[in-house]
Design a protein around this ligand. Structure first.
Ligand SMILES: Nc1ncnc2c1ncn2[C@@H]1O[C@H](COP(=O)(O)OP(=O)(O)OP(=O)(O)O)[C@@H](O)[C@H]1O
Ligand SMILES: O=P(O)(O)O[C@@H]1[C@H](O)[C@H](O)[C@@H](OP(=O)(O)O)[C@H](OP(=O)(O)O)[C@H]1O
Length: 295
C-alpha cells in the first residue's frame, strides 16, 4: 500500500489531494515527475549518474539508490503518473531526526528562464541562502515518546534568520528541543552526531573533497539531508548518522568547471556545524555519550 511519507520535511507533499511523493513498505520513495521539464531533468540526472562509472563508491553512497521510473496512481487522484523510484532514506529508522538544507547561495542555473531566476533570486535574498550560502528548507527533531517531534511549519522555517539557523543546528542535536522549549539547547548529541570519524562533519568533509575536484555536475537547488536517530543512541547503539544528497531537478552539466556555488555553501555549513561542536556543552542526561566522557 502506497502512502505519504510521515517523515517528509520539505518540498511538494502528497497532502490534501496534492501531487507529492509516496512510499511503500519495501523501502521505496516514489517522487512524481513534475509536469514541466523539472521532472524529466531529474530523471535524466539519475539515469546518467547511475551509469557514470567515474563516480567513486564512497561518493555514490551519498545519493539515494535509483530504481528507474514507474507509472503509478498519482496522489492527487489525477490518474497514472510517472514517478522516480528511489531508495527511501528513512524507512529503516525508528524515530529519525531529519534536516533538509538547500546548499548554495544561488539556487538557479544560469540557463534558467528569466521569470524562474527572478523567483529564485527573491527567495535566495529573503532566506539565508545569499548570506550564509545555504538555507534550511525543512526539519523534524525527535524529542521523546511523550513529546514526539518538533517539526516547525513552513512559514516559520522560511523566516529563519542566520541566528535562527545557528540555534536550529544546536537544537537538532539536543535532548531538549521542542516547539515551546525556551531552554538553551543542551547539544547533548553534538559530539556523536556532528563529531567523530563517522559523524556528519566527517561525511561532509568527504563530500567537500569530491566537490573540490569534480567538474561533471553543478548542483543548483540541491539539498543535503542530515539524518540521525537519537532513540538508538539512548539505547547505546550507533545512532545511524547519515548525510545524503537529494533533489536534482536543477542539476546541470559542469563542463569542466568546479561547482563553486555548491562548494561554497558546503564550506559554510561545515563551519556552522564545527561551531556547534566547539561550543561548551551543558548536558546532564544520563545516557548521553558526552556525560560518559567526563571524568
Ligand atoms: N529518497 C528519499 N527518501 C526519503 N525521503 C526523501 C527522499 N527524497 C526526498 N525525501 C523527502 O522529501 C522532501 C522533499 O524532497 P525533494 O526536495 O526531492 O522534493 P521537491 O518537491 O523537489 O522539493 P522542492 O519543491 O523543495 O524543490 C525532503 O525534504 C525529504 O524529507
Ligand atoms: O521553498 P518553497 O516556498 O517551498 O518553494 C518551493 C521551492 O522553492 C522549490 O525549490 C521550488 O521547486 P523548484 O526548485 O523545482 O523550482 C518550488 O517551486 P514550485 O512551487 O514552482 O513547484 C517552490 O514552491
Amino acid at each position: 500500500m502506497m502512502k505519504a511519507s510521515p517523515h517528509q520535511v520539505a518540498g511538494h507533499q502528497a497532502l490534501d489531494g496534492k501531487l507529492g511523493p509516496l512510499i511503500d513498505a519495501a523501502g521505496h520513495f516514489y517522487k512524481p515527475l513534475q509536469g514541466d521539464e523539472r521532472g524529466l531533468k531529474e530523471a535524466a540526472f539519475y539515469t546518467a549518474f547511475s551509469s557514470n562509472k567515474s563516480i567513486p563508491d564512497h561518493i555514490r553512497k551519498f545519493f539515494p539508490i535509483f530504481h528507474g521510473t514507474q507509472l503509478l496512481e498519482a496522489s492527487d487522484g489525477s490518474g497514472m503518473h510517472p514517478h522516480l523510484v528511489l531508495q527511501d532514506l528513512v524507512s529503516s529508522r525508528l524515530s529519525p531526526s531529519i534536516m533538509d538544507i538547500k546548499v548554495g547561495s544561488r539556487t538557479w542555473p544560469l540557463q534558467a528562464p528569466e521569470d524562474y531566476i527572478d523567483k529564485c533570486l527573491r527567495k535566495d535574498r529573503e532566506s539565508t541562502s545569499l548570506s550564509l550560502g545555504f538555507r534550511i528548507s525543512g526539519l523534524q527533531v525527535y524529542g521523546s515518546k511523550e513529546s514526539g517531534y518538533w517539526k516547525p511549519d513552513k512559514k516559520t522555517i522560511k523566516r529563519f534568520s542566520a541566528e535562527d539557523v545557528r540555534l536550529v543546528l544546536r537544537k537538532f542535536v539536543s535532548s531538549n528541543a521542542s516547539a515551546d522549549s525556551g531552554l538553551d539547547p543542551d547539544c547533548c548529541f553534538a559530539s556523536i552526531v556532528y563529531g567523530g570519524s563517522d559523524g556528519i562533519l566527517a561525511q561532509l568533509l568527504e563530500l567537500k573533497a569530491w566537490f573540490e575536484e569534480q567538474t561533471t555536475y553543478h548542483f543548483y537547488s540541491c539539498s543535503v539531508l542530515l539524518i540521525h536517530d537519537k532513540e538508538l543512541v539512548l539505547e547505546g547503539r550507533s545512532c545511524g548518522v547519515e548525510v545524503k544528497l537529494i533533489d536534482f531537478a536543477h542539476a546541470v552539466e559542469g563542463n569542466g568547471v568546479i561547482d563553486h556555488n555548491f562548494l561554497g555553501g558546503l564550506c559554510s555549513l561545515i563551519k556552522f556545524l564545527s561551531e556547534v561542536l566547539e561550543a561548551p556543552k551543558c548536558c546532564t542526561i544520563k545516557a548521553c555519550p558526552q556525560v560518559e566522557e567526563e571524568p
